[in-house]
Design a protein around this ligand. Structure first.
Ligand SMILES: NC(=O)C1=CN([C@@H]2O[C@H](COP(=O)(O)OP(=O)(O)OC[C@H]3O[C@@H](n4cnc5c(N)ncnc54)[C@H](O)[C@@H]3O)[C@@H](O)[C@H]2O)[C@@H](O)CC1
Ligand SMILES: Nc1ncnc2c1ncn2[C@@H]1O[C@H](COP(=O)(O)OP(=O)(O)O)[C@@H](O)[C@H]1O
Ligand SMILES: [Mg+2]
Length: 284
């Protein structure tokens, strides 16, 4: 493995763009988050709220019918489209053009949902973040990987990564398998874990923020929303991944003195996104 590029303040300030003071919600990016199934609507709630709080102008979710009231009352700022099915997604349709899509949090892996993902991937040309069950479905149908647009962002945790690229026997082997996979399918891999690395072909980035407080349900769903938001705001895919991972980790570093490791939850990531952005502005 070549030496990684550290994702630190210097790397972030090269990429971070302050919003234009004349901007408006119509040009600040419209993101679509697709996911959820019965019992896992929370994953979409977390992801879509994080998406809004990371600065895009509009967020729509596409979820099964059972999540409609939950989303509309829980996060009134988010717009909601529903599938025909009550408990799962079976046919992904929407009548607008988002600037970025995040798919997978809480999605489940029902056969109908697998078919819906397949049909979606066949026609999708929008910048895309793929997480959680959407990754698991791809792992079971590896021939669909060739449908992905170049620079699609995949965000696996270690178990999802293993399902996707196969078993490794050493850290070196893991890295070389991930690099080969990234090159073969031209995808960006956010390899999540206690240490998060981002693979873009031969180039490897290593994050410097975050701590064990992030080992909590839904923190990855939040990351998906954050990266999708940055992608919708016209960041290049690699910059959206780098900035998203850095800000996500920073929220836990900022909150730790108040929450400790134990009481920090995914909603605390969302609550601290503002402070994470403000700390970048101070550095400029
Ligand atoms: N509130 C909600 O609705 C939540 C929904 N979630 C959804 O639940 C579905 C299943 O996702 P899960 O990730 O829980 O299930 P998975 O079966 O994909 O992964 C869980 C397993 O992965 C391994 N793992 C995870 N992080 C690891 C690390 N850093 N090092 C080593 N091993 C690690 C562990 O063995 C763990 O038991 C997804 O769709 C996800 O989005 C979860 O995100 C939890 C919260
Ligand atoms: N010990 C840790 N130190 C730093 N970051 C961690 C640690 N454990 C988990 N994380 C981060 O938390 C997130 C967990 O994502 P994921 O496993 O997908 O959670 P979920 O599916 O529950 O939302 C990832 O961004 C990961 O890098
Ligand atoms: Mg996850």
């Amino acid at each position: 493995m070549t030496n990684p590029i550290y994702i630190d303040q210097k790397e972030i300030l090269k990429r971070y763009k302050q919003p234009d003071k004349h901007t408006h919600k119509g040009i600040q990016g419209h993101a679509l988050i697709i996911g959820g199934s019965y019992g896992k609507i929370g994953a979409v709630s977390l992801s879509s709220k994080a998406c809004l709080k990371t600065g895009c102008g509009l967020v729509t979710v596409f979820i099964p019918k059972c999540g409609y009231d939950i989303l509309q009352t829980g996060i009134p700022e988010v717009m909601v489209l529903t599938d025909n099915q009550e408990k799962l997604i079976s046919n992904i349709t929407f009548d607008f053009t988002p600037q970025a899509i995040g798919i997978g949090p809480g999605l489940g892996q029902a056969v109908e949902t697998q078919n819906a993902l397949h049909q979606f991937l066949k026609i999708n040309k929008t910048p895309l973040v793929i997480d959680a069950d959407a990754l698991n479905i791809l792992s079971q149908n590896k021939e669909w990987l060739s449908l992905l647009q170049p620079k699609t962002i995949l965000t696996p945790h270690p178990e999802e990564l293993e399902r996707l690229i196969g078993k490794w026997h050493s850290e070196e082997e893991k890295m070389s398998m991930a690099i080969s996979f990234s090159k073969q399918y031209q995808v960006i891999i956010v390899m999540k874990g206690a240490l998060t690395r981002i693979i873009d072909g031969e180039t490897v980035y290593e994050n410097t923020t975050g701590n064990a407080a992030l080992a909590t349900a839904g923190s990855g769903d939040v990351l998906t929303g954050m990266i999708t938001s940055l992608l919708a705001q016209s960041y290049e895919p690699i910059s959206a991944a780098i900035l998203g991972v850095y800000l996500h980790g920073l929220t836990a570093d900022i909150a730790l003195p108040e929450t400790g490791y134990q009481s920090f939850i995914a909603s605390d990531v969302i609550a601290n996104i503002g402070k994470a952005f403000l700390s970048l502005e101070k550095l400029e």
